[in-house]
Design a protein around this ligand. Structure first.
Ligand code: C2E
Ligand code: CA
Ligand code: CA
Length: 823
């Protein structure tokens, strides 16, 4: 919207001028109308006056003639005479005197038979008409009659003694009257003849002057006259004629009409002065109007220009507010020393106030922005830089590698078992612990290094300008040392360790995200190795992680595609050969890679959600198989299920197992849960609590791979364990290796002492079996009796190998040629 700019003064000026113009036009047309009115009044007065004078003179003339005639008839005693002969004679005698004194031109004496008794001239029709009228009305009759010049015709009836009537008619010239009128009216007069036309307008130039007090003037004026509309308009308004420097008003009075000829008395007024007055008035009016206009324009400009100047000043200054130049804005002088304030002063004052308020607001915004930046860059709980800051600083450090020719290291820290502290002591204590931990991390690094909180119980340290990775390792060791000391929170004492992954680079192309994720991978390695230590990232770690990720994906698919199955390996009572139960072992028939050993993927999936999912599938399958075995006729059979550490940490496990028990209406006594020593030592308290919970339900526990880990009798006593499984590695060499044999025999003795049962796995030969039996081993599991039997073949195999729950012992076979089929 780009409108044309018109300033306020201009607008005001336009407004005022148009108002004035309107008023001026109104007033001037009013006064012009007044003038016109005056003029036409003047003109009408003239006409009326003229008419009156004409009538007056007419009357005087008639009266004079009438008086003379009356006195004349009296003198000749007409009323006592029988005829009119005396009258005729006397009239003839008096004619000269009449001509001389009363300007009578002609006399006609006519009797009632239309006989002319006396006439000084012809007997024209006009006279005849006049006379006829008198005879008819018996009254005097007069008219103006203009044959060549205008005359007054006066006819009077006269009676004799007998009552006979004659009419005497006298005509007298009007020239005298004309001069008398000129004198009395003080203006020139004329008599003219005009032919009245019907269609076109009247034109005075056609007029013929019959007589005039000023012949030249009259003729020149009439020649100048322009055509007028009608005769009546001419009679009413008169004629305005301008000649040379003078103006004249011609008023016409009709004297007589003969045929289409009219005879008019023209009154000529010199209205030059009048016109001049009119013109002067108009000039004065225009002059004073323009003077007022210009004065007003000046006044408006004078009043409004400082106003608009200040307004423009203010509008030019306002953008300064947006530019936050508040001081500069306030220096703009918007005030004027004035007695009275106006709207602009109010506006100036409010904009000043606005500038102060905006400045205040700006300060607040700046402060809040800083706070927000802090929130954005720093962790609220620990006050350490947060992830945003870390990313920013790490990118900066990596960018500097080329310049400083040095290395950058990222240390990824994760507190060990922090979740437990949070779960058992509450988040409040957890937070306090994190603050302390953060402080320990912070004091372990130098001024130029960055210690940040990555999230949860994870911290990331960035070290720059390193000569070698050794400097990073030094820092890691310092951190580990810091965490050796206990953390005291109120009455609680915590021992918190941390796992550290170190990733180091001297490469210019290294990406910050990659470096962090490498350190993260190394940290997991440290954690998998028991925590409280550091690991340096190397390429294999990444491959392991990649492999793990791939496996996780495959396992999920394998579950859906039912590529998993179980094989059951029989466990047999050493003494009675009774079938004690089976150990359920997982099998994965991969479509491309064939049969994959559980040892190749279970350790890798350990701790992952996928393993828990897979674990639940295994447990459910074991329940189904148990049900089937019971149906087959083997009621008192125990199925051993291997549980990984991750499964055992899952709080949902007891609930899941209870649900299955009721779903399949099986007793928990039918199941033995195998835990490795590693699982046991990982989180002792938690494991014991879980074992106790499950024990209450009725499940029994076996310690798998006994002898390979840190198992000690001390903690065996604390746990609700029922079975100890001697690891197959001892069994394999028991007959050749004396120490293995010793371990087996002492373990059996000790376990028996505790009232527990012993299972030997990996029994492949009759010799091993014999030795174990002799040493009081309760249960034998191994290829000697049977390899793990695929679930599909289970019942065929049982048919073949068992009789009423007892394992059929084949003829003595040479060692190493065990009876079991391949799994
Ligand atoms: P483990 O629990 O120690 O299982 C015993 C392993 O020894 C089985 O290997 C079994 O086939 C093998 N074995 C049994 N008798 C003999 C023998 O006479 N000679 C020899 N050389 N080997 C024998 P497998 O089935 O490959 O399982 C390996 C490991 O995978 C298991 O060791 C166990 O730790 C794990 N595993 C298997 N199934 C599961 C499962 O369902 N859940 C969990 N969490 N782990 C499982
Ligand atoms: Ca096992
Ligand atoms: Ca084992």
């Amino acid at each position: 919207m780009n409108k044309k700019f018109i300033g306020v003064p201009t607008k005001l000026l336009i407004l005022i001028v148009s108002t004035l113009l309107f008023l001026a036009v109104g007033f001037s047309s009013l006064s012009y109308w007044r003038l016109q009115q005056d003029y036409s009044e003047f003109q009408q007065n003239n006409t009326v006056q003229g008419q009156l004078q004409v009538n007056l003179h007419n009357d005087i003339l008639r009266t004079k003639l009438t008086v003379w005639l009356e006195s004349f008839t009296d003198l000749i005693q007409l009323s006592e005479q029988d005829d009119f002969s005396t009258l005729t004679k006397q009239l003839e005698k008096q004619y000269d005197a009449l001509q001389l004194h009363l300007n009578v031109e002609d006399i006609w004496l006519v009797d009632d038979n239309q006989n002319i008794l006396f006439a000084t001239n012809d007997f024209p029709q006009a006279v005849r008409n006049n006379i006829t009228q008198v005879f008819r009305l018996q009254e005097p009759e007069h008219r103006i009659y203009c044959p060549k010049s205008c005359k007054l015709l006066l006819s009077l009836p006269l009676l004799n003694k007998n009552g006979d009537m004659v009419v005497v008619t006298m005509s007298t010239s009007l020239v005298d009257m004309l001069f008398a009128l000129k004198t009395t009216l003080d203006r020139d007069v004329a008599v003219i003849r005009l032919a009245s036309k019907v269609d076109s307008g009247m034109n005075t130039s056609d007029a013929q002057v019959i007589s005039a007090s000023n012949m030249t003037l009259t003729e020149s004026l009439l020649a100048l006259g322009k055509p007028t509309d009608t005769l009546s308009a001419m009679l009413e308004q008169g004629l305005q004629i301008d000649s040379d420097n003078n103006s004249y008003l011609l008023n016409l009075l009709e004297l007589a009409k003969q045929g289409n000829q009219g005879f008019f008395l023209v009154l000529i007024d010199d209205v030059t002065a009048f016109r001049a007055k009119n013109d002067a008035y108009q000039l004065r009016f225009i002059l004073s109007l323009s003077l007022i206009f210009s004065l007003l324009a000046g006044f408006v400009y004078f009043i409004s220009s400082p106003f608009t100047k200040r307004l423009l000043l203010l509008s030019n200054a306002l953008p300064l507010l947006a530019q936050k130049k508040f001081d500069e804005f306030r220096q703009v002088d918007l005030k004027r020393p004035r007695m009275f304030a106006d709207e602009l002063d109010v506006l100036a004052r409010s904009s000043q106030e606005l500038s102060f308020e905006l400045e205040q607001l700006n300060l607040v915004v700046e402060q809040k922005t800083k706070e927000l930046e802090n929130i954005a860059m720093y962790d609220l709980l620990t006050g350490l830089p947060n992830r945003n800051m870390l990313n920013y600083q790490l990118r900066k450090s990596l960018a500097n590698i080329a310049r400083h020719k040095s290395g950058v290291a990222v240390l990824f820290l994760d507190l060990d078992d922090f979740k437990k502290v949070n779960d058992s002591n509450g988040h409040n204590i957890g937070d306090k612990l994190l603050i302390q931990a953060a402080e320990r991390v912070r004091v372990s690094v130098g001024e130029i290094d960055l210690a940040s909180r990555f999230g949860g119980d994870e911290f990331v340290i960035v070290l720059s300008h390193l000569k070698s990775i050794d400097e990073a390792i030094e820092v890691a060791e310092r951190v580990l040392l810091q965490f050796k000391e206990s953390i005291k929170l109120g009455s609680n004492i915590f021992y918190v360790s941390t796992s550290i992954g170190i990733a180091y680079t001297e490469s210019v192309t290294e990406k910050s995200d990659d470096l962090i994720s490498h350190a993260d991978i190394a940290m997991y390695e440290a954690k998998d190795n028991g925590g409280g230590q550091y690991h340096v990232y190397h390429q294999e770690m990444f491959q392991r992680v990649a492999h793990r990720v791939m496996l996780e994906g495959e396992v999920r698919q394998a579950l859906a595609k039912q590529q998993f199955s179980l094989s059951l390996q029989p466990q047999i009572c050493a003494k009675t050969k009774k079938l004690y139960g089976f150990e359920a072992l997982l099998r994965w028939q991969h479509p491309d890679r064939g049969m994959i050993s559980p040892e190749d993927f279970i350790p890798i999936l350990e701790n992952s959600q996928h393993m828990i999912e897979l674990g639940y599938w295994i447990i459910r399958r074991c329940f189904e198989l148990t049900k089937a075995i019971n149906k087959y006729g083997l009621a008192d059979i125990r199925i051993a299920i291997n549980l990984s550490a991750g499964q055992f940490i899952d709080a949902n496990l007891p609930h899941f197992l209870r649900e299955l028990l009721s779903e399949f209406s099986l007793s928990a006594h039918s199941f033995e849960l195998e835990l490795t020593e590693q699982t046991l030592v990982k989180d002792m308290d938690h494991t014991i609590a879980m074992m106790q919970t499950l024990k209450k339900i009725g499940f029994s526990f076996a310690i798998d791979d006994f002898g390979t880990g840190y198992s000690s009798l001390a903690y065996l006593k604390k746990m609700p364990v029922d079975v100890i499984k001697i690891d197959k590695s001892f069994v394999f060499g028991m007959l050749e290796n004396h120490s293995d044999f010793q371990i087996i025999t002492s373990t059996i003795a000790m376990v028996k002492n505790l009232g527990l049962m012993v299972v030997a796995e990996g029994v492949e030969t009759k010799a091993q079996l014999r030795s174990l039996s002799e040493n009081d081993c309760d249960i034998i599991q191994g290829y000697y009796y049977s390899k793990p039997i695929p679930e599909k073949e289970l019942f065929v195999m049982l048919d073949k190998q068992t009789t009423e729950g007892y394992w059929r012992v084949a003829k003595e076979l040479p060692d190493n040629l065990s009876a079991g089929k391949s799994a």
